[in-house]
Design a protein around this ligand. Structure first.
Ligand SMILES: [Zn+2]
Ligand SMILES: [Zn+2]
Length: 390
């Protein structure tokens, strides 16, 4: 299925890509239940459509408020109510248009985006669907900044651009049946704003069209996370799916970075009842009690917690106690259990803080890519088209 989806997109993408900008439909502010918001252009001018008919096409910058009124969108300016519609579109009249959105109900911070905004009401009639129809490369810029912050360097941003582009193409139909392609939450990729960062923009431009494929020319699962704590994970140990490229590597580059270490504590009694009730762990047995209160991963990452027969996955413990990673030791201090941990995130694929450090040490984005992903290749979508036709 994945191959078919990819193939469809790659045909679509490779024919249109050189001719004009390709757009992606992203549901923005997707984690909020919005019933009222304000739209205002920042750059350029917009044509406003209500149910497909032009309502406003002036070159004067307008500020609009939209509210849900029954099953309709009520469109207003500050002076007057314009009308009620099933759908409203704000279509950019030039190439470099940008707009601001401020959610009024519920109240939220102002966010800014580029290109077009499509507004409909969700089937439950309780919230807006706000979809930013935006040039793919502009979207990638917003994702790169949202996923990696503003303080990395150009080489790192190039790598992150390629990974975010690869991820997008592999997940392009994730929300197809909801009327958009991807959401702006971590469920797909975080996309919190347009980017104004010059290095991010340059990185996206200089890697335009580049994606990562495996030996069979299939897009890779471009997984990444914050910090591995010294060793990344095999994909089959975390997701039960084995790939040729998501293999564990030892990584010393992230060891002094922000998320290299963490510590968390819980009451001893909570730990005992958790093991006993959830996992039938024989905590009353004194040897087993010792095992449960002194656990180490001194020879690299383990997959299971201490008891070989019970096989309690460390990822279950991580999730149940909301720990930053599965790479932790356990000690008992009085009536407290202390988790001393390394790294932050699921551990599969690219370690962002390690990759950022490598970029600072002048490794190229290709070297960093090949350090974290095994036997992968960078290809231009156009070249991929050529190979696939052979
Ligand atoms: Zn999503
Ligand atoms: Zn690392």
């Amino acid at each position: 299925m994945k191959k078919i989806v990819f193939f469809f997109f790659f045909i679509f993408f490779s024919y249109i890509y050189p001719l004009k900008a390709v757009e992606v439909s992203v549901r923005i502010l997707s984690t909020k239940v919005i019933t009222s918001f304000i739209f205002s252009p920042i750059e350029g001018n917009y044509t406003v459509y209500g149910d497909g008919v032009i309502i406003s096409d002036s070159d004067v910058t307008g500020i609009f408020q939209m509210n849900i009124d029954g099953d309709s969108i009520q469109l207003k300016t500050f002076e007057r109510t314009i009308g009620k519609y099933g759908s409203v579109k704000m279509i950019a009249k030039q190439n470099d248009c940008a707009f601001k959105i401020k959610s009024v109900q519920p109240e939220s911070k102002v966010r800014s985006y580029e290109d077009n905004l499509m507004v409909t009401i969700a089937p439950d009639r309780k919230q807006f669907f706000l979809v930013n129809k935006v040039d793919v490369e502009k979207y990638i810029g917003g994702v790169v900044e949202s996923e990696s912050g503003k303080r990395s360097n150009l080489e790192y941003y190039k790598l992150q651009s390629i990974l975010c582009r690869t991820y997008l193409l592999g997940n392009i139909n994730r929300h197809l049946y909801e009327g958009f392609q991807v959401c702006d939450d971590v469920h797909c990729q975080a996309y919190l704003n347009r980017t104004l960062n010059k290095d991010v923009k340059k990185a996206v431009y200089e890697t335009k069209g580049l994606v990562v494929v495996d030996n069979d020319l299939n897009l890779i699962t471009a997984a990444f996370f914050s910090n591995c704590g010294g060793e990344t994970c095999n994909s089959q140990d975390v997701w039960a799916v084995s790939t040729s490229y998501l293999k564990s590597v030892k990584d010393t580059f992230c060891l002094r970075q922000t998320h290299a270490h963490w510590r968390s504590e819980i009451p001893l009694n909570d730990w005992k009842s958790y093991l006993q009730l959830k996992h039938n762990y024989p905590i009353e047995d004194s040897l087993k009690f010792n095992d449960a209160t002194s656990f180490e991963q001194s020879n690299g990452r383990a997959i299971y917690f201490t008891d070989k027969d019970l096989k309690i996955p460390l990822k279950t413990i991580r999730s149940d106690f909301q720990l930053k990673s599965t790479y932790f030791s356990i000690d008992q201090i009085g009536n407290t259990i202390v988790f001393n941990g390394k790294g932050y995130g699921h551990g599969v694929g690219l370690c962002q803080e390690g990759a950022m450090r490598m970029a600072e040490l002048n490794f190229t984005y290709k070297q960093i890519l090949n350090f974290y992903y095994k036997d992968v290749h960078l290809v231009d979508l156009l070249a991929l088209n050529y190979f696939k036709q052979e």
